[in-house]
Design a protein around this ligand. Structure first.
Ligand code: ZN
Length: 503
């Protein structure tokens, strides 16, 4: 007899519906799975047989063939186990065909018959066309986010069989016992001094401008970067679902309530491979750090220590907001709209700054700066120097302005940007920039002298205008950009040479 059960697999961050066809026929007892399964998926044979036996079902002494359709899509992981087991039960007549109509099944089986969680519950459920879905215990919060299905969760096969046969009730969903994550983002109020750093964070958050911080170790670059997500507004519902899908596909645990509602912060180590950063991999197309940081902040500490090839892999995503990964069997597209924050030492010894402190030769410093390509360096609208805070600032009793107060100005500035048809000023280009970045006479002459002296490139000019617009928006100023906005924007975009990044 033939049974067809709906399930799904994850490719990249996208779920694909899979029809699990189970055919039981007379013949020598065998158990075959076809339809492009990967290793974990092929091993379903052993898990399903053991799980059914442990649950008191005798294994059919006949020929069992499982086909995973469509055969062109690669099936990853163990999430199809549950559907295969249900298919065998239906094909054997243990469960009626009507009982599983319109229902999808997702979950891995333990040898004892337990049903276990698999990564990617959000994209998996999103791919299912039916009206209801059965998921492992503890997964209903994630599965409910899609909102199209009647979600049921089971802890083991015995519970599932009882419910499908009408012998017992569907188990009640397990309550989420995790505590809500309130106030876990570090606050700017803890930062003493660092006036320029604080301003740069505010401008980065308001305008979506990428930020590069250069300074000696221990100056507070990491401390500042970690406070940037706290200045960004909550994610809109479509952004939240996208971020949640990526986190779910990567197998990361989701916050209580299921949805990723706050902008994420990812800080991969400079030893990370290009695959870890960008995504992909040959067997399991996992989203990379830049996709996990989408809608949030990607913080690359020790930027100059990242291999050049890894940094070059960032350029296309920075340009397009998505990353395309092609492998022999599949091409996938991951979201990658992140705010990039880089931090680096001014030179290999770390000290940089005043002559005497640095022990590096000119040649070493030049080589160090060249590790970051011009095009990548150019992506940073904001380039600032971070120096160690003055002792009197550290000892002062008055705390800095809190993140919540800064975040209010950020929201107001982003509102002004949205009236121009962009999410933030970093996206202003062409005619929109011409309109929004009109210059007063004084501001124009200031930029003109910068261009004539070669201190400012044509591309740099556009970037300075965008940052100046953000500064004016934060101050609540409409109309043409004034001298003060342009002057401050120029200061926030220090020339690489001054930062020791390129001599
Ligand atoms: Zn040095």
């Amino acid at each position: 007899m033939l049974a067809t059960i709906a399930s799904a697999t994850v490719l990249g961050v996208e779920g694909r519906q899979v029809s699990v066809e189970v055919h039981v026929a007379s013949g020598l007892p065998t158990f075959t799975i076809v339809g492009l399964p990967d290793t974990a998926c092929r091993e379903a044979r052993d898990r399903v047989r053991a799980a059914l036996t442990s649950s008191g079902v005798s294994w059919p002494q006949r020929r069992v063939t499982v086909n995973l359709a469509p055969s062109g899509v690669r099936k990853n992981g163990a999430g199809l186990d549950l559907a295969v087991a249900v298919g065998v039960l239906v094909a054997e007549g243990v469960i009626a065909t009507d009982a599983v109509a319109g229902t999808g099944f997702v979950g891995e089986l333990g040898l004892d018959g337990s049903v276990r969680r698999v990564p990617g519950m959000v994209p998996l459920v999103a791919a299912l066309a039916g009206t209801s879905v059965v998921v492992p215990a503890g997964c209903s919060t994630e599965a409910t986010l899609i909102g199209r299905h009647h979600v049921r969760e089971v802890a083991n096969l015995a519970e599932l069989m009882a419910a499908l046969r009408g012998d017992g009730p569907w188990p009640a969903p397990r309550a989420d016992d995790a505590l809500p994550l309130v106030g876990d983002e570090p606050d700017l109020a803890d930062v003493r001094g660092h006036a320029v750093g604080r301003l740069a964070l505010e401008v980065a958050a308001a305008g979506g401008h990428h930020l590069l911080m250069v300074g000696p170790p221990g100056a507070g670059k990491t401390m500042l970067a970690r406070r940037l997500p706290g200045l960004l507004p909550d994610l809109a519902s479509d952004e939240a679902l996208e971020a949640t899908t990526v986190h779910s596909a990567a197998g990361l645990s989701l916050p209580p309530g299921g949805l990723v509602l706050r902008p994420p912060l990812r800080a991969p180590h400079h030893g990370s491979s290009a695959v870890a950063l960008v995504g992909g991999g040959t067997a399991f197309m996992r989203p990379g750090e830049i996709s996990l940081a989408s809608q949030g902040v990607l913080f690359l500490d020790e930027l100059a220590e990242f291999p050049r090839s890894v940094l070059d892999a960032l350029r296309q995503p920075l340009e397009e907001g998505v990353v395309r990964v092609c492998r022999a069997r599949a091409a996938v597209c991951y979201p990658a709209r992140f705010l990039l924050v880089g931090a680096m030492n001014p030179c290999p010894c770390g000290e940089g700054g005043p002559p005497g402190a640095c022990r590096c030769s000119d040649a070493t410093r030049t080589r160090y700066g060249r590790r970051i390509s011009g095009p990548l360096l150019d992506r940073f609208d904001l380039r600032i120097e971070v120096t160690r805070a003055h002792p009197s600032d550290l000892l002062a009793g008055t705390p800095g302005e809190a993140s919540a107060a800064v975040a209010e100005r950020v929201v107001a500035a982003r509102c002004r940007a949205s009236e121009r048809g962009v999410a933030c000023n970093a996206a202003l280009s062409g005619r929109r920039l011409e309109l929004a970045g009109k210059l007063s006479a004084e501001a124009a002459s200031m930029l003109e002298s910068g261009l004539q002296s070669g201190a400012l490139s044509a591309r740099g000019l556009q970037r300075v205008r965008r940052v100046a617009r953000t500064l004016a928006d934060l101050a609540g100023r409409d109309g043409p950009l004034g001298e003060e906005d342009v002057c401050l924007a120029l200061q926030l975009r220090a020339e690489p040479a001054r930062l020791g990044a390129a001599a």
